[in-house]
Design a protein around this ligand. Sequence first.
Ligand SMILES: NC(=O)c1ccc[n+]([C@@H]2O[C@H](COP(=O)([O-])OP(=O)(O)OC[C@H]3O[C@@H](n4cnc5c(N)ncnc54)[C@H](O)[C@@H]3O)[C@@H](O)[C@H]2O)c1
Ligand SMILES: O=CCCC(=O)C(=O)O
Length: 526
Amino acid sequence: MTITGEMLIGAQAHRGGEGEFRAVDPASGEALEPAFGGGGAAEVDRACVLARAAFDVFRETGLDQRATFLETVARNILDIGDDLIDRAMAESGLPRARLEGERGRTVGQLRLFAQVVREGGWIEPRIDPAMPDRKPLPRPDIRQRHIPLGPVAVFGASNFPLAFSVAGGDTASAFAAGCPVVVKGHGAHPGTSELVGRAIRAAVASCGLPEGVFSLLFGTGNEIGTALVADPRIKAVGFTGSRRGGLALMEVAARRPEPIPVYAEMSSINPVFLMPAALASRAEALGKGFVASLTMGAGQFCTNPGILLGVEGPDLDRFVAAAVEALGGSAASTMLTPGIHAAYDSGVAKLAASGAVTTLARGMACSGPNQAQAAFFTTTADAFLADTGLQEEVFGAASLLIRCGDAAAMKTVAERLEGQLTATVQMDAEDKAAVAALIPTLERKAGRILANGWPTGVEVCHAMVHGGPFPATSDPRSTSVGTLAIRRFLRPVCYQDIPADLLPEAVRDGNPLGLWRRVDGELGRE
Ligand SMILES: NC(=O)c1ccc[n+]([C@@H]2O[C@H](COP(=O)([O-])OP(=O)(O)OC[C@H]3O[C@@H](n4cnc5c(N)ncnc54)[C@H](O)[C@@H]3O)[C@@H](O)[C@H]2O)c1
Ligand SMILES: O=CCCC(=O)C(=O)O
């Protein structure tokens, strides 16, 4: 499939006239062909007009037709073959195996949402039949179902060019809900984005859907994203990226005459609690496991273990020795973009320069452009509590060990943490009482609590929560990975005394769609 450098606005490929940009191969520093034409207000307007026009048709597509659409997108992505992986490698510096795995995750995610759409549980119909004889007042007939919010703006993330980008979790869950999607492609991987965008566009056409169900825009600055979020036809936003970018878009959304929800996943340092018995029994294995998780994908995971907490003592020293050895032998790796690389280097330099922080180890030396050396630092609980700057995410393979005087200090630090995507405990049976004391704090702080694993590597499933309190996300009530993500793009509508033949099928008598429904309080399929 040829990459043209055009935006995809409904059925049309359109070359933007507001500046040009090229992707950069971070491994060589060279610009890649072709040049992409950036769009502006006119392209945002056209994509949003089409999306609005498509909405009423798309939202009432049959469950099977919508599921088939998602499956067709998945098949079309696979059909691109190696061209997709080759381009994503060139644009991201990520290795083939990682990107092939990510493609599998992307396709699996689309297929999982297809199953969810077919099963229809997300409609959550409720029926409270009329009680005309109820005293003192009769009850009207009241029915409820969930409907999609409307066109959704999705911002592709730099660090997962497939699974969190054009056809990633935000797009899959918005489509599953019945929302048209306008993607603002990430400037780091426009070629990958165009290839995937063309796969989606072909699925829209072959499934007989209105062209406005999907558009893909590019821009050379922030203006296009701002205009997209401000557009009155957009009804929700999905975003993964920096705290600064997420906050800026939240502000744009909040200042609209009609404010809209922004589901932004932004910043998390994913604390790992090294409990005493676990350290005593397996400090060396924990040290190695930590470094493997920290350095995965050059540390460019929002689930990266950015801080560790442990109680001072010889077992913690054994952990440090093992981690220092593993990290010292870890090769420098190419980061996604020159900007992300520069931000990493400056974050690491700031930590290294802090009087309260000691550098424990650095990874192997860099040998090419945009490469980063892993970094491992340590500080005390008191110093960490005194300096909120030490909580700032350094995006990449950098982590800070907080040495605590005792288990109570660990809990004090936990209480002072900002919201997180994950919190991990490394524990043995003897640690259970201490972990039980910690869990209420971790529940308040994080979206996902793990025992004896590492936070990187999110499972796409029904029970997953990839979310959490601010600044991990802008809205702790949801998740951007897993099937619950569909809820972000739905809202309930209630029908009171609406004539039977005007009711949507989901809440009609006789249950023509065969859905699970709560009728007069009882869950069933009648
Ligand atoms: N926590 C995470 O998962 C995660 C993932 C990727 C990047 N990051 C962080 O973000 C930094 C930059 O990386 P990035 O480019 O991927 O993220 P970013 O937030 O800078 O950009 C993400 C997307 O949002 C758009 N955008 C950003 N700011 C905007 C604004 N003010 N108005 C309108 N649109 C805006 C960008 O054009 C891009 O499409 C990294 O160094 C890292 O610190 C975090
Ligand atoms: O970077 C954000 C997503 C992280 C993730 O999906 C994973 O750890 O697998």
